[in-house]
Design a protein. Structure first.
Length: 393
């Protein structure tokens, strides 16, 4: 089938409200997707990702600790290989999507995906080395800074608008999670090298999320490829980048453990890969539906909940649970800030939808130069930018 498309040339900015008219594609999107449908899609994406992520975390703990298979880089590389192989089968056998290699835009796509995949590989190596020398509570305290860090990066990349209320809400979530995790910290000294590696990994992972979100929002990058195609390219390249560190660090020990283990580990690893495939699909759907900041907040709150649940289980019950006044204050602050964040997102979504529906059709047909970035139903309007769309016949 031929590709028939239309593009919008940049027009001079207009004065007043007409200068922020959304493109026609954004209007059609808002008209076809009711607000409650978009909210349900976002909630379903969050719920699916949280379930898959929590399940994989518990499965990883079982494989890495209970089965004494202490090779996190090898397990992560297996995850990437499993996702890439499953998408190859879905493309070749079931024709669910066209493989990016057959497209003319494939060389350009690879160039843009190289830094994203490389950031993932480097961040994975840095965080895994940090986990060796740091206690869990210290890791959780450091991870609590992720929402605030991602929000700052999102504002710099113009994926979010700078808002004092939003900054207060996101900072409150980070501070609350940090306080609640710090309340359970043992009197152990954290390694400065491990802390530096962990913080560096968080910065790289936040940068990767921003770049990936911008690709998902850029119709030129995603056109004809789709999220499955991007996931296929990303997982394949991440597997390639992780293969080197695994070969240098863990390969010999992995094969030795697999041969000498009294328990068959290959079926356990195969099941672990299956859960990882589900999580990667859910992650891309989550990031495609919601903003990077929302993704980061959900991840931190999920990790915090799992952390305290694990403390209850390991301590033998709630009577031994070390929840201090600081922990209660932290939990309260994070819950209040999360509710504030949700309200601000919904208000921004409602105002953007009202602006789009109130515009006359004549203004929509004029199509001035502006572009939209949608996250959580929140549309950010930017003047003076060039927009183009291509429709497949």
């Amino acid at each position: 089938m031929k590709s028939s498309g239309w593009s919008i040339r940049t027009l001079p900015p207009m004065a007043g409200a007409a200068a922020v008219v959304p493109p026609k594609a954004a209007l059609l999107h808002h008209q076809r997707a009711p607000r409650h449908f978009r909210a349900s899609a976002a909630f379903l994406a969050i719920l699916t990702w949280t379930f898959c992520s929590s399940t994989l975390v518990m499965y990883n703990k079982f494989v890495l600790h209970a089965m004494n298979f202490h090779f996190p880089l090898f397990v992560t590389m297996l995850h990437c290989f499993g996702v890439s192989a499953s998408l190859y089968v879905a493309s070749s056998w079931f024709r669910l999507f066209e493989r990016p290699q057959k497209m003319k835009s494939f060389p350009s796509l690879v160039k843009k995906m190289v830094p994203i995949s490389l950031l993932f590989a480097v961040a994975t190596v840095m965080r895994n080395y940090a986990f060796i020398s740091l206690p869990i509570s210290t890791i959780q305290v450091a991870n609590s800074s992720s929402p605030a860090l991602v929000y700052v990066f999102s504002c710099i990349a113009r994926l979010d608008r700078i808002s004092t209320k939003m900054a207060v809400a996101v900072s409150g979530i980070s501070a609350g999670v940090g306080l609640s995790a710090a309340s359970a910290m043992r009197k152990t000294r954290a390694s400065p090298a491990g802390t530096s590696l962990l913080l560096g990994g968080l910065i790289l992972e936040a940068t990767r999320g921003i770049l990936l979100k911008k690709m998902l929002l850029n119709s030129i990058d995603v056109d004809g490829v789709g999220t499955l195609g991007l996931l296929f390219v990303s997982s394949t390249m991440s597997f390639i980048f992780l293969a080197g560190p695994v070969a240098l660090i863990e390969a010999k020990q992995v094969f030795s453990v697999l041969r000498s283990s009294p328990v068959p580990l290959l079926p356990l690893l195969a099941g672990n890969v299956c859960f990882a495939i589900c999580l990667n699909f859910a992650s891309f759907n989550f990031l495609n539906t919601c903003s990077v900041t929302t993704t980061s907040i959900t991840a931190v709150l999920k990790d915090c909940a799992l952390f305290f649940v694990s403390l209850v289980v390991l301590q033998g019950g709630s009577s031994y649970f070390p929840l201090s006044d600081v922990g209660v204050a932290g939990y309260s602050l994070s819950i209040f800030s999360t509710l504030m964040y949700i309200k601000l997102r919904r208000d921004a979504s409602a105002s953007a939808l009202h602006l789009a529906s109130a515009l006359p059709s004549a203004s929509a047909s004029a199509l001035p130069a502006s572009s939209t970035e949608e996250s959580d139903g929140h549309t950010t309007l930017k003047n003076g930018s060039e927009a183009s769309w291509t429709g497949k016949a």
